[in-house]
Design a protein around this ligand. Structure first.
Ligand code: ADP
Length: 305
């Protein structure tokens, strides 16, 4: 099973080029689509979910063209949109059953089995008779996954699912996603690098509508080892350091400013080697210093998204 996206472009009527010649092949398993806010992730997710059309390019799930065979794709699709609205005064059970009817599960007995199964899977069975309006953020997102999984979809798209979740809920949500199954394509769109680091065996970074990096996280992390250097600086020194070094990130740590810079050899001036992680890969790509495609960016600095 494979999702092939080729030369996909989309410009909104206000002139924003949300997708700019995106080409990606997404195999079965968890795929992380990473990028800052405004990168074009939701536009791409909505296009794959058949909710809007691109201006040009093609998207195919195996042999099925998404644009011309929307109904076929919808039968295979589970989608958790970024702004997942719920009817607040309906119970979890009733709402999930309603979605099951919409998905075409006509037999009442089969619906009950599916709904009960999904409520167990998402750890919501014990609150099945509660109104979803009273759910916490984490419960809502788990409910969102339950509705996305109705009908055993082969392509599952979750758009920014962990934004706003507390750490415990995020771990729970990660566990739920990781159990979905390796025979399906699960696309996780997020601006949170940890989501991808924890879950995904394939990934791409997009920025300003373009793919700036794609590959498997572990080899990408290996490739930057020995090239990431760190040191603490005064906050007031940041601009100077940005001029003198390829600063990929700066962050406050225990009230002090820690910078990571990218360099083939140890830079002078008190730097020590950092163990590069996926966040360093991300910021290095965002700074235009790596990539599968030539980047026009010459900026040497990326702030946390
Ligand atoms: P992301 O999901 O990565 O935050 P989006 O796909 O939502 O990115 O947005 C990509 C760009 O397209 C942004 O500049 C955003 O403002 C713009 N955009 C998104 N939706 C619309 C729309 N319906 N009309 C005009 N511009 C839009």
């Amino acid at each position: 099973m494979e999702l092939r996206i080729e030369h996909l472009s989309k410009q909104y009527s206000n002139g924003v080029q949300a997708l700019d010649d995106i080409t990606l092949t997404i195999p079965a398993g968890m795929f992380g689509l990473l990028g800052p806010n405004g990168a074009g992730k939701s536009t791409l997710m909505r296009t794959l979910a058949t909710l809007q059309d691109a201006d040009s390019g093609t998207t195919q799930l195996d042999a099925i063209d998404i644009r011309t065979h929307k109904d076929d794709i919808r039968r295979l699709l589970g989608y958790l949109p970024q702004d997942f609205g719920l009817y607040p005064k309906v119970t979890a059970y009733d709402l999930l059953e309603h979605f099951a009817v919409l998905k075409g599960i006509d037999s009442r007995k089969e619906r009950k089995e599916v709904v009960d199964g999904l409520l167990h899977q998402t750890n919501l069975y014990n609150v099945k008779n509660k109104h979803v309006g009273g759910f916490s953020g984490g419960m809502r997102q788990r409910f969102g996954i339950a509705q996305a999984l109705i009908g055993n979809p082969k392509l599952i798209i979750v758009d920014e699912p962990t934004a706003g979740l507390d750490p415990e809920e995020r771990v729970r949500f990660h566990n739920l996603l990781s159990d979905i199954g390796s025979d399906k394509i699960v696309i996780l769109s997020t601006h949170i690098v940890e989501d991808v680091a924890d879950l995904c065996n394939n990934m791409a970074v997009i920025n300003k509508g373009k793919v700036i990096l794609k590959g498997e996280p572990l080899p990408l992390i290996d490739a930057i080892q020995g090239k990431i250097w760190k040191r603490f600086i005064e906050k007031s020194e940041l601009v100077q350091f940005q001029q003198d070094y390829k600063v990929i990130s700066s962050r406050l740590t225990s009230g002090r400013t820690l910078i990571h810079v990218y360099a083939d050899h140890q830079p002078e001036g008190g730097f020590t080697q950092a163990h590069g992680n996926l966040e360093d890969v991300y910021f290095t790509a965002m700074a235009g210093l790596l990539g599968t495609e030539p980047s026009a960016a010459h900026s040497t600095h990326a702030q946390a998204a």
